[in-house]
Structures are given as structure tokens and as C-alpha cells.
Design a protein around this ligand. Structure first.
Ligand SMILES: [Zn+2]
Length: 161
């Protein structure tokens, strides 16, 4: 499946789930933020992804989590919880900082109107590039790093983990 097709599929699944939220629920979307140009083995990515799911669900038990999986999506997982989006976002931000490879987790949080809760709303800096200290979005837009550089940066986090 090409990247755009995957993005469309993720978007469609999310919209469908957002419609099912009641006013006190929050939707969590878990993916990985490994750049596609860093060619990391699928089996390694699976380990990192399922570690994210297991750590996250372990921290969500008190919020009555319900998980959703779209079989068409590879490594994209949804969890609906009974908690405010701000509370969940601060929890996921601390989880993303909890270990080296946790920086490869991309945990997005949406309120019941479909708004994504940004890092900025919680006074956090934007996600940093894996290779340098610039914001990740900037380096991605400028293609600042080669595939090999990105791959090495990712592998370093995995090996040191
Ligand atoms: Zn960079």
C-alpha cells in the first residue's frame, strides 16, 4: 500500500471512531514515527510498536480503555478512554519520554470533537528531529538528512534501549 493510501485509511478509521465518542471520552491513536526513508526491519518495528501498546494500556486501566484495530492498517491502534484529553496527553507525553525507543512512538490524542491535542497546548516543545536538535517537522520538510543518517539515528536508539 502506498503511503497516501495508508494515511487516508488511518484518517477514515479515526473519523469513524471519533463519531462514537461521548462528551467525556478521548481517543488515542498509536503509530510509530520512524521515517520511511530509514529502512528499519518490519520485525523490529513490530517489537517497538507492541511495546508502546502494552506500556500505554498498562497506564490506562483506570480510564476504562476500549481498543480498536483496523486489520487494513499496519501498526495503527486506537484506544478510547473515559478521561479528559489533557490528562491523557500529559500521560502519553511522559510515556514518550520514558525510554530511548519511546521517542519513536507517535501517540496522538483527540478530544470528542476531533481536535488533536498538541504538545504546545501543554507547554511542550515540538517533537525533535532524531538526527539533530531542530524540530522534526522542519527537517522532514527540508529532507535535511539522508535515509542512512535517519536509519543510523533510529538504530542507535534501539541498540541502546
Ligand atoms: Zn534534523
Amino acid at each position: 500500500m502506498i503511503i497516501n493510501k495508508i494515511r487516508e485509511e488511518i484518517e477514515a478509521s479515526r473519523i469513524q471512531l471519533l463519531h462514537s465518542l461521548n462528551f467525556e471520552q478521548t481517543l488515542i491513536q498509536v503509530t510509530l514515527c520512524i521515517p520511511t526513508r530509514a529502512r528499519i526491519k518490519e520485525s523490529i518495528q513490530d517489537v517497538i510498536f507492541f511495546d508502546a501498546i502494552s506500556k500505554l494500556t498498562g497506564h490506562l486501566t483506570e480510564f476504562n480503555p476500549a481498543t480498536f484495530n483496523n486489520s487494513k492498517l499496519n501498526k495503527c491502534h486506537y484506544i478510547r478512554v473515559n478521561a479528559t484529553p489533557e490528562k491523557i496527553k500529559s500521560l502519553t507525553l511522559s510515556l514518550e519520554k520514558s525510554s530511548l525507543w519511546a521517542t519513536l512512538w507517535d501517540i496522538d490524542v483527540f478530544d470528542n470533537k476531533g481536535n488533536k491535542i498538541s504538545r504546545k497546548m501543554l507547554g511542550e516543545q515540538p517533537r525533535k528531529c532524531l538526527c539533530c536538535s531542530e524540530p522534526a517537522k522542519l527537517c522532514a520538510a527540508l529532507s535535511s538528512h539522508t535515509g542512512i543518517e535517519l536509519e543510523n539515528a533510529v538504530m542507535k536508539l534501539i541498540i541502546k534501549q
